[in-house]
Write a protein that binds this ligand. Structure first.
Ligand SMILES: *Cc1c(COP(=O)(O)O)cnc(C)c1O
Length: 411
């Protein structure tokens, strides 16, 4: 296989942005690039910086609270909208960090990860032909969900000017203006952003709100990295005047507390929007993770220092991997938040990041994911030589990955 063309026989919604299908014509599951790279990592013993999951546990209080909840018998279906203790904790969290006034009884919905919140929101609000605007590259689930709902995916590119050494991802406001029209049903914002680690500036957030109001679109915001920022604090779009009444804010405990396997997510939104999403959500999972819900509530109530220490520790890890990638010859975009670094392989002689990613396990014992997996098939060009690496790993693992990557320089 020389590129990521979709498995043959896929229905349109099964062709994801990655061009990697989910379900092949014969009913087998076609590999996504993430599965393919994880399999490569396993087969070769390479360090897997492809998938974004931490290899260390988060706060002990959170883990203890889950064990305690199981022991206390919190093992049956919680309420459909989520355990009261967690809904209260989410509302309190929005007030404490952002000054947002959220009603725990009617404006919070607990979901099976941010993923289900996104899925249920998109299925609830996107009909055939409705347009959904996202930035590009974008989290791989978005394109698949929009297509599944029959929607049309419009994208606004995040630009990385290659002539700069330490480039920033840039939004062209004119391109944003052009993408949003009266056909736009949702503007789906992801800040802090995966895969780039960009934090959208106030000018961009404010323009999104302006456009949403002008074209009567809903704003859906994926803020799973809200606490993992390395300088500028996260500003939720719902806090911008005019946004709140048309915004569904989505987050999750997975990234913040290093509990990605628990799949406790949530959304906050005006009550009528919560109801519309709940109507879909109740027939997807109905509920999930009973003992993990109070545990995440415990996490949300931990002191500020816990959140700040998690971000500081991640920032130090970012710096280890950045140095390693630069020493190996990549041009690196320094992320302002999140779990990932995007590195340009062009200086190493690779104009196709996917080719590098397939060779990397053998050449350097490290696995990454090509950024092309986050970009529509017909817009690959600007992102072709870019590779995403996860740095949410132990310092020694990142140090070892860095020394291995140094071998690349000797091509
Ligand atoms: C990890 C991630 C998610 C999924 O979150 P879960 O809570 O694990 O479902 C959603 N959006 C982005 C941008 C992510 O990186």
């Amino acid at each position: 296989m020389s590129d990521f063309s979709p498995a043959p026989g896929l229905r349109p919604w099964q062709r994801t942005a990655a061009g990697a299908g989910l379900l092949a014509a014969d009913g087998s599951i076609a590999a996504t690039i993430f599965a393919e790279m994880s399999a490569l990592a396993q087969r070769t013993g390479a360090i897997n910086l492809g998938q974004g999951f931490p290899d260390e546990d988060g706060p002990a209080e959170v883990l203890d609270a889950a064990r305690q909840a199981i022991a206390d018998g919190v093992n049956q279906y919680p309420p459909g909208i989520g355990a009261p203790v967690l809904r209260e904790a989410i509302a309190a969290h929005q007030a404490r960090w952002y000054g947002l006034d959220v009603d725990a009884a009617s404006e919070v919905l607990v979901t099976a990860g941010a993923t289900e919140a996104l899925a249920a929101t998109i299925l609830a609000h996107v009909d055939t032909g409705d347009e959904v605007v996202t930035f590009e590259p974008s989290y791989d689930g978005y394109a698949a969900l929009i297509a599944r709902a029959g929607g049309v995916h419009r994208t606004v590119p995040l630009h990385w000017p290659p002539e700069q050494h330490r480039p920033d991802w840039r939004v062209d406001l004119a391109e944003l203006d052009a993408a949003v029209t009266d056909r736009t049903r949702l503007i789906l914002v992801n800040s802090p952003h995966n895969p780039t680690g960009a934090v959208l500036g106030d000018d961009v957030l404010e323009r999104i709100v302006e456009l949403a109001v002008r074209h009567d679109a809903l704003i859906v915001t994926d803020e799973v990295y809200e606490h993992l920022t390395f300088g500028v604090a996260h500003r939720p779009i719902a806090a911008i005047p005019g946004a709140r009444e048309r915004t569904i804010s989505i987050s999750s405990g997975g990234k913040t507390f290093a509990t990605t396997g628990w799949k406790i997510g949530w959304l906050t939104a005006p009550a009528h929007l919560v109801t519309s999403v709940l109507a879909v959500k109740q027939y997807l999972t109905y509920v999930n993770g009973a003992p993990f819900q109070p545990a995440i509530a415990t996490g949300l109530g931990l002191p500020d220092t816990v959140f700040k220490d998690a971000a500081a520790s991640l920032r130090a890890k970012r710096d280890v991997l950045t140095a390693g990638l630069e020493a190996a010859g990549f041009t690196v975009s320094l992320p302002d938040a999140g779990y990932f670094i995007v590195a340009d392989a062009a200086p190493l002689g690779y104009d196709d990041g996917a080719v590098l990613c397939r060779e990397l396990p053998d050449r350097a014992g490290v696995v990454g994911v090509p950024v092309s997996a986050f970009v529509h098939a017909d817009r690959q060009h600007a992102y072709r030589s870019l590779v995403r690496f996860a740095f949410c790993k132990r310092r020694d693992v990142l140090g070892e990955a860095s020394s291995r990557l140094a071998r690349l320089g000797s091509r």
